[in-house]
Design a protein around this ligand. Structure first.
Ligand code: ATP
Ligand code: MG
Length: 536
């Protein structure tokens, strides 16, 4: 769909979506290659102490056919919801493809969630089936009450009284005829990160994958190129891991490195990228900031060709660090579970400016509007809005038509994020509506303060929030996680506070600095500022 034009402005002007009449995720991430080149490598599995183990598209097709047949035999039907609760691995892709064949809506879930978080999501979308492992089964057993609609439980670690054995189902060796799906048919139910409250189920048509492809090609520097190999430490259950990397890479026939991991380990990330020959990485900014704390990263020998970051502000400090340490210009991307990849940098097309997300991704119409719905001029802050129709835009919140309708103004989807666009069309992120700090008559986004804080040599991660104040409405309060080798002290707090004051302005510096062992993060690595605001 992306015309071979290497000029960003012309690409934006001339881009037209051409969606096929029929579309399924099974075809898009598996069968198109399995038919032509069944032996082509789709995944490279990395287990501790073992060599990389390739999994071919042909193997994924055969396994997913059999799993689909076995699930259909047990009553799973088009339109049902099924959860996939597994770490990165071949079973995740097999389950997605199998469920897509049946026209079942897949709700990807992360093992980082506790029993309550999983129960909430399973109950909310009334999932009828789940494909999980022993760890997931333990979560199910720990639930106060089993989700009533959950009838089919499959475990990749073997069956028992309550669960069917995944390998056994595949060994039944059945096959199905795929449901005929259109790009608009519901395919994925992805829960938002829950940064602002209870996570919401965002229902997407299969078209969401098509919507990602042009942006992915640009942000990964004309993806795919010979020798490309993709990896993300992000959970494949998060929109970022699933749609910013896994599915598009499989679509383009680029092998994806899979490593089951529960907690992000920055040294292990460098080591894996080197060992597995990763060339294209999707790295959340929090991951990059933690990697920046690793001394002499060159010693690992990682060689990236392209890197994309999204989910949080990348920030200038991390941008420059990555250029030095990873040797690539990180292309920042902005989006939401509901409407992803709509703003982006594309260094290969000359679109890159430290401290700015980038420009509207060709194919997406993005505008900034003030509180009264008037379009903002250059440098005027406003809400990021995205115009429909857009294949990347979700179908709606599951079972919440009013909540969905509330977030549109006419044909504009309102993201609830504040930004400014400069005279060149570059967008700078200011903050989520609920994170903007009002102090001494100014509206300040936490991003700039956090970016400045992270340039202080003692700071590993930082978050800025508003703290109610009688005189100034709010004051800026910073929460700081220190780098190894630094200890909290009043002197250090004063130094950090002064550091920001000297670099930003007299109203934007933290009057209070609180040290924490660990900042509260969502499973996708976002700082949960709401929890920090609530701390006395
Ligand atoms: P919830 O909607 O449940 O409160 P959430 O908004 O954090 O959670 P996601 O959909 O995962 O859930 O995250 C989207 C949000 O992440 C965006 O609305 C924006 O606030 C933030 N975000 C994404 N990309 C960027 C970026 N490049 N820079 C700054 N913020 C970003
Ligand atoms: Mg949100």
């Amino acid at each position: 769909m992306l015309p071979e034009i290497r000029d960003h402005a012309r690409l934006s002007a001339e881009f037209r979506w051409r969606l096929p009449r029929r579309f399924s995720i099974a075809e898009a991430i598996c069968d198109r290659w399995a038919t032509r080149e069944p032996d082509r490598t789709a995944l490279l599995l990395k287990r501790p102490g073992a060599a990389l183990e390739p999994v071919s598209y042909g193997a994924l097709r055969a396994a997913s056919q059999a799993l689909a047949a076995a699930l259909a035999k047990r009553g799973l039907r088009r339109g049902d919801r099924a959860a996939v609760l597994l770490p990165q691995g071949a079973e995740v892709v097999t389950a997605h493809v199998a469920l897509s064949r049946l026209g079942v809506v897949v709700a990807p879930l992360a093992l980082a969630f506790g029993p309550d978080g999983i129960a909430y999501r399973l109950g909310d979308c009334d999932a009828r089936a789940i494909v999980t492992n022993a760890e997931g089964l333990a979560r199910l057993r720990a639930m106060a009450a089993q989700p009533p609609g959950l009838e089919i439980v499959v475990s990749v670690d073997g069956g028992d009284g309550a669960a069917l054995d995944y390998a056994g189902l595949i060994a039944e060796g059945g096959a199905v005829e795929d449901e005929a799906l259109t790009p608009d048919d519901p395919a994925l139910m992805i829960y938002t990160s829950g940064t602002a409250g209870a996570p919401k189920g965002a229902l997407h048509g299969g078209r969401v994958l098509l919507g990602h492809l042009p942006g992915l090609r640009m942000t990964h520097e004309f993806f795919p190129q010979p020798g490309d190999r993709a990896w993300t430490p992000a959970d494949w259950a998060w929109a970022g891991g699933l749609l910013n990397l896994l599915m598009p890479a499989l679509h383009y026939g680029v092998a994806v490195v899979a490593q089951p991991a529960t907690k992000f380990d920055p040294e292990a990330a460098f080591a894996l990228m080197a060992e597995a020959g990763v060339r294209n990485a999707f790295l959340p900014p929090t991951a990059l900031r933690l990697m920046a704390g690793v001394p002499n990263p060159e010693r690992f020998g990682a060689k990236l060709r392209s890197a994309v970051a999204a989910g949080e502000r990348l920030g200038e400090a991390t941008f420059h660090w990555a250029r030095e340490a990873l040797g690539v210009t990180v292309n920042e991307v902005y989006g939401q579970t509901e409407c992803n990849y709509v703003l982006s940098s594309a260094a290969g097309l000359g679109v890159s400016k430290p401290g700015f997300i980038g420009k509207p991704t060709p194919g997406h119409v993005v505008g900034l509007f003030d509180d009264d719905g008037r379009p903002c001029g250059p440098d005027e802050p406003g809400e990021i809005c995205v115009r429909r129709p857009d294949p990347i835009l979700f179908l709606g919140y599951w079972n919440r038509p009013e909540a969905t309708a509330e977030k549109f103004r006419g044909d504009w989807w309102r993201t609830g994020d504040q930004a400014v666009m400069d005279h060149e069309g570059y967008v700078r992120f200011v903050g989520r509506d609920d994170d903007v700090i009002t102090t001494s008559g100014y509206r300040v986004g936490p991003g700039e303060i956090e970016d400045c804080l992270s340039r202080h040599p003692a700071v590993a991660l930082a978050a800025a929030v508003g703290k109610p104040d009688a005189l100034r409405t709010e004051i800026v309060r910073a929460f700081v996680q220190l780098r190894p080798g630094f200890a909290p002290s009043e002197a250090l707090a004063g130094d950090i506070s002064r550091f920001v004051r000297e670099r930003l302005s007299a109203h934007e510096y933290p009057r209070e600095v609180t040290f924490v062992d660990e900042l509260p993060l969502t499973t996708s690595g976002k700082v949960i500022r709401r929890q920090l605001r609530d701390r006395a």
